[in-house]
Design a protein around this ligand. Structure first.
Ligand code: FAD
Length: 432
């Protein structure tokens, strides 16, 4: 009999909670990764950068396991069907995985839990993706926090070395199941095509973390760590990063706490993917002008900072946080387009797409979120540019024609749009 470690958002061998417990279970451990058709079949772009990224990481992981005399089972299909065939092919005694807090993942894991249990197999889940999960940080009355500042205070009070210690998985890798390498599906066999794209490095740059409070807001500067994709897929350990942050820069640690916060919010309030956290915001009468939406997506709004951000996203799969805030405010307030349209577009394009942070960011911008900007606070794209891209370095990189006759006129006038948004929001909120 063997134990299976099911890799999902934890594509690494080192400091991996569930893998550690699997290796200590007394059974030889074999790894599994499933290219999930429930997710992949919904992706229209066959050059999806995330799928390619995952594919490369799976290849690396499989190679690492093979260097240790083991291998990785890689399957493509519906998780339930894959598990049914795995149970026929292997004598599985136990299954281990790290928890995932997105609604689909929760539902999938419940289904697999039941399936395994009906075969007499225990499926154990572990916290690995965040420092504090679910009910670990609650208000004194036992309710989840919905506001970041008191949440982060409690988070910091509760933090101790215990939560940051790494799991010494590498010391137990001799417990891996020894077997010949298994074949690996090709990317085209799962319906995708390679992209020519350089992914951000998984090296942690401590100099950036040390200066983060000074550099984080300037999109032209290489002043943020670009580790989001690695945190998303677990190619680095959040414990390792939080440990460095704790000893280096509190401002940086605060961002990691935002990440925990949004995952916790999504876990407790899974409806926020579809509905406003504050229900009265679903009364807003959006313009939802399709031409405006298209211009925004393509970076052709006539507002250089917006267009730079959208072009950065379309070209690289990344957008600087400051610019994410500006473009999301612009879509929801200036263009009065439903935040869900923007959320979906980001979901399609962002390499680091993660439902908790993305929905959190969008509802924050739209004013409808649990800890959102007040609705009447509307970013002025010009003032944001003057503050954060004063020399137009970021703009020149992405919108070199911004000052020429080829560049489009602004889609909407700023003061007109500002007043319209305030009135429209007010009307919706008064309906309450
Ligand atoms: P750094 O500034 O170096 O921060 C380090 C890490 O902290 C990030 O990698 C990320 O994991 C976390 N982090 C930083 N800021 C935030 C934040 N505001 N909320 C949650 N976590 C944060 N982040 C995602 O990971 N996935 C998303 O889908 C996503 N969508 C967003 C949508 C909008 C509208 C907005 C305003 C923000 C969104 N963010 C999202 C948060 C943030 O913009 C990115 O995490 C950040 O830009 C990633 O770059 P970095 O790795 O260089 O971050």
């Amino acid at each position: 009999p063997i134990a299976i470690h099911w890799f999902r958002r934890d594509l690494r061998l080192e400091d991996n909670a569930a893998l550690y417990h699997a290796l200590k279970s007394g059974y030889p451990v074999l790894g599994l990764f499933i290219f999930d058709r429930n997710i992949l079949d919904k992706l229209h772009d066959k050059r999806d950068r995330r799928v390619h990224f995952i594919y490369q990481e799976i290849k690396r992981l499989k190679h690492e396991l093979e260097q240790l005399g083991s291998t990785l089972i890689v399957r493509y299909g519906l998780p339930e069907e894959v598990w049914i065939s795995i149970l026929k092919e292997y004598h599985v005694a136990r299954v281990f995985a790290n928890r995932d807090y997105e609604p689909y993942a929760q539902q999938r894991d419940r289904m697999i839990y039941t399936l395994l249990l009906s075969n007499g197999i225990k499926f154990s889940g572990y916290k690995d993706h965040v420092i504090f999960e679910k009910e670990e940080i609650l208000k004194d009355n036992g309710q989840p926090y919905t506001v970041y500042t008191p949440y982060s205070r409690k988070w910091k009070e509760k933090l101790s070395d215990f939560y940051l210690n790494s799991y010494p998985t590498t010391a137990y890798l001799n417990q891996l199941y020894k077997t010949k390498p298994l074949p690996l599906l090709s990317l085209s066999e799962i319906g995708f095509i390679e992209t020519q794209y350089e992914y951000p490095s998984r090296e942690i740059n401590t100099a950036i973390i040390a200066n983060y409070h000074k550099t984080r807001d300037f999109p032209a500067v290489n002043g943020t760590t670009r580790l989001s994709v690695h945190l998303r897929f677990g190619t680095i350990s959040i414990r390792k990063l939080a440990h460095i942050a704790l000893h280096t820069n509190e401002k940086y640690l605060n961002e990691l706490i935002w990440r925990d916060f949004y995952q916790m919010i999504l876990y407790h309030f899974p409806f926020i993917h579809e509905k406003a956290f504050k229900p009265e915001y679903d009364n807003i009468k959006w313009e939802n002008n399709e031409d405006h939406f298209k211009a925004w997506c393509e970076g052709q709004t006539g507002y250089p900072i917006i267009d730079a951000g959208m072009r950065e996203l379309n070209t690289t799969g990344f957008m600087h946080n400051r610019v994410r805030m500006i473009v999301s405010s612009f879509l929801t307030k200036h263009l009065l387009i439903d935040w869900r349209w923007g959320e979906r577009y980001f979901a399609e394009k962002l390499l680091d797409y993660e439902m908790g942070s993305n929905v959190g960011g969008w509802q924050w911008a739209a004013g409808s979120g649990n800890d959102a900007a007040p609705y009447f606070r509307i970013f002025n794209p010009q003032l944001q540019t003057d503050k954060f891209d004063k020399q137009y370095e970021y703009i020149k990189k992405w919108v070199p024609e911004y000052n020429s006759a080829q560049y489009p006129q602004p889609l909407v006038d700023h003061s007109f749009a500002r007043n319209r948004a305030i009135e429209r929001y007010k009307a919706a909120l008064e309906k309450k």
